[in-house]
Design a protein around this ligand. Structure first.
Ligand code: SF4
Ligand code: SF4
Ligand SMILES: [Zn+2]
Length: 494
């Protein structure tokens, strides 16, 4: 590191440099050229990264020129950030990183260097691969039970995978329903891997046999996310049905013993709020690799138990406690509440950039990447990520039942670039309530699914945040007046 400058200052300076560089119209034009997709050769950024790795990809003369520009810029940034060339090569050898970086650079070229930024193509698609489920949990956002009559069949699902890969998606998070009830699941996963996309799976754990875990591991599953709603059988089973707890624990043990990384996901409501510390202890004891607090969102069957949502005060307390656990625990502690980044910042913990950000909890990186919070931007719906339903419907987030297209007939890229709801979600300055004027607007943005679930408006306030307390009170019938900090009166409030 340069003399007299700590990593935070240095990272800030680098961010300033990149912003300044991108703010210059001439460099933007260079980036547009370099980040284009060539009809002959493919994604130019990806080609340049392969070139960086010495893989000599086939390139036309224009692609060769862009590769040379990108490689010079990369070498400069790597050197200035004291990253060894070997480390950079290891990262770029992973197709997920290459695709991710391509989406970022293409996104900056297309949408500009905004805070937070929007990727050219969703980096991640959460695919609810089936609505069928062997359980019937009370808070299920997908109202899962039986298979939809229009669910994508095997052939259509394989075609969907190819389509998502062609658009440039880096990572598919398979969810449901219960994905493990789909007989063709492993065939679909094989196609995902053939297309060099990363994948993970979200499951209730009850069907995670050793054989299933072994197969997932051998196919390169990044991690299995298992839902656990409490540390006691009674708490979990109250939501998920009798004996679910025991079967889920068994599934977690199977996965851990097969070497599969397990993430414990706990949806917190008034029922299990007090059990969070014990559930985190249990996650560690079981050998899980991470613990994730899931924000309750009133979607699907969750709407029927909306009264169990925790208050903004309780959420604030919970997030502060979770942030305090970072570094004290053996495993990363995460939250899907986008306010988590400011909870971390408040107590000087490395900022969680977005839901699945475990990197910034690594002390090796810590400070040097926390400056990215404003770019990565908390809620990723419509900017970094979107969802796909069992029948191929595109949605901004799995918790937001707004159909924005369908893979059977619509282009993913066109939907991503032109859809009105997505574009509204990207304009945080137009959000109402405190989310529109908040000092954490770039790094957080509020959970758009909660805003939609409560106010039927993707630009509404997230009423789970302490800064939107007046809206929460209004929803609870405890307040007649809306008097927010800056006195912004929403036009749309019923
Ligand atoms: S007001 Fe909105 S943007 Fe600000 S911290 Fe709360 S949820 Fe996030
Ligand atoms: S809307 Fe945003 S914060 Fe809420 S669950 Fe979806 S991605 Fe997460
Ligand atoms: Zn070319």
């Amino acid at each position: 590191m340069n003399s007299g400058m700590d990593s935070k200052e240095y990272a800030g300076q680098m961010a300033g440099f990149v912003e300044h560089w991108l703010g210059n119209p001439a460099s933007r034009a260079v980036l547009k050229f370099a980040a284009a997709r060539c009809p002959q050769c493919g994604r130019r950024i990806d080609l340049a990264l392969r070139d960086f790795l010495g893989l000599s990809p086939k390139m036309c003369i224009k692609c060769k020129a862009s590769s040379s520009v990108i490689n010079r810029l990369l070498s400069f940034l790597i050197e200035k950030n004291n990253i060894s060339r070997k480390d950079a090569e290891i990262a770029f050898a992973d197709p997920m990183w290459r695709k991710g970086l391509s989406s970022v650079m293409e996104g900056i070229a297309e949408f500009g260097p905004k805070k937070p930024f929007t990727a050219f193509v969703p980096f991640l698609v959460v695919w609810n691969i089936t609505r069928a489920c062997n359980l019937s949990c009370k808070h299920c956002y997908e109202s899962a039970l039986v298979k939809d009559s229009d669910e994508l069949n095997t052939e259509e699902a394989l075609k969907a995978v190819d389509g998502l890969a062609e658009a440039g998606v880096a990572y598919l998070a398979i969810s449901g329903g219960e994905p493990l009830v789909r007989k063709d699941l492993f065939e679909i996963i094989q196609r995902i891997r053939k297309n060099e996309m990363a994948f993970s799976i979200a499951t209730n754990g009850t069907l995670l046999t050793r054989e299933n875990a072994r197969q997932l591991k051998s196919l390169g599953c990044l991690y299995a996310q298992v839902s656990l709603d409490g540390a006691k059988p009674l708490t979990h089973n109250r939501f998920r049905g009798s004996e679910a707890f025991e079967r889920t624990i068994e599934g977690i043990k199977n996965a851990v013993s097969e070497g599969l990384l397990v993430g414990i996901a706990m949806t917190v409501t008034q029922h299990n709020y007090k059990e969070v510390p014990a559930a985190l202890d249990l996650a560690e004891k079981l050998g899980a690799g991470l613990f994730m607090h899931y924000n309750f969102i009133p979607a699907g069957r969750g709407k029927e138990i909306i009264g169990l949502d925790i208050s903004p005060e309780k959420r604030e307390e919970l997030l502060a406690w979770l942030a305090g656990q970072i570094g004290k625990r053996k495993i990363p502690v995460l939250s899907t509440a986008p306010q988590f980044s400011s909870a971390c910042k408040k107590i000087g913990k490395p900022c969680a950039l977005t839901h699945f950000d475990v990197i910034s909890q690594d002390t090796k990186f810590g400070d040097s990447i926390s400056f990215l919070a404003d770019f990565v931007g908390g809620c990723g719906a419509g900017r970094l990520y979107m969802a796909m339903e069992p029948n191929g419907d595109f949605e901004p987030c799995v918790f937001m039942p707004i159909k924005i297209g369908n893979i059977r007939k619509d282009s993913l890229l066109e939907t991503w670039h032109k859809n009105i709801a997505l574009n509204k979600m990207r304009k945080r300055e137009e959000f109402w309530g405190n989310c529109g004027i908040c000092e954490n607007r770039s790094a957080c943005g509020g959970c758009r699914a909660r805003a939609y679930g409560y106010f039927a408006d993707v630009q509404g306030p997230d009423p789970g945040c302490i800064k939107n307390l007046e809206y929460w009170k209004r929803l609870k019938g405890e307040s007649k007046e809306i008097s927010l900090v800056a006195g912004v009166m929403p036009k749309h409030l019923p």
